[in-house]
Design a protein around this ligand. Structure first.
Ligand SMILES: CC(C)(COP(=O)(O)OP(=O)(O)OC[C@H]1O[C@@H](n2cnc3c(N)ncnc32)[C@H](O)[C@@H]1OP(=O)(O)O)[C@@H](O)C(=O)NCCC(=O)NCCS
Length: 111
């Protein structure tokens, strides 16, 4: 497996998480392809108009930039990062919500 991500439908949007690519396969466009395919599924199959992700923007500015170059915007809204016992894993480490408006589904007609 070269890379993976998870994609979940929510009431009004879709949530993409855990995007990762095997270190020796990075830089070949795999994450970009996974992201684009996730957006396609959310928009065309699930009819969602918004994609949400969380990114550790405070500690990984290069990651925020990676998503911004792909149309995502920072929201300034953070979620606390807890483990299963609701203990804060690393003080100050809060993932920020980033989101992207997805274009409406393509309507294809044949005449
Ligand atoms: C971030 C990550 C998913 C990118 O995967 P990839 O397949 O190499 O990405 P692509 O080949 O599609 O795109 C390469 C882009 O990533 C950037 N990039 C390369 N290494 C990166 C890194 N460690 N962190 C952030 N961006 C990185 C490159 O500058 C390039 O940017 P550009 O195309 O906009 O100029 C990959 O580095 C990774 O798995 N990192 C560890 C896990 C992680 O941090 N996941 C993100 C969770 S939000």
């Amino acid at each position: 497996m070269a890379g993976k991500t998870s994609l979940l439908p929510d009431a009004a949007c879709a949530y993409l998480g855990l995007l990762s690519v095997r270190p020796d396969m990075q830089g070949f466009g795999i994450a970009s392809d996974l992201l684009a395919e996730g957006e396609r599924i959310a928009r065309d199959d699930w009819r969602r108009s918004l994609m949400r992700i969380t990114v550790i923007t405070t500690h990984r500015p290069e990651l925020a930039a990676f998503y911004e170059r792909r149309g995502y915007r920072r929201t300034g809204r953070f979620k606390p990062s807890f483990d299963r016992k609701q203990v804060l894993l690393v003080p100050g480490l809060k993932p920020e919500w980033m989101e992207k408006l997805l274009a409406p589904p393509r309507i294809e007609t044949t005449i």
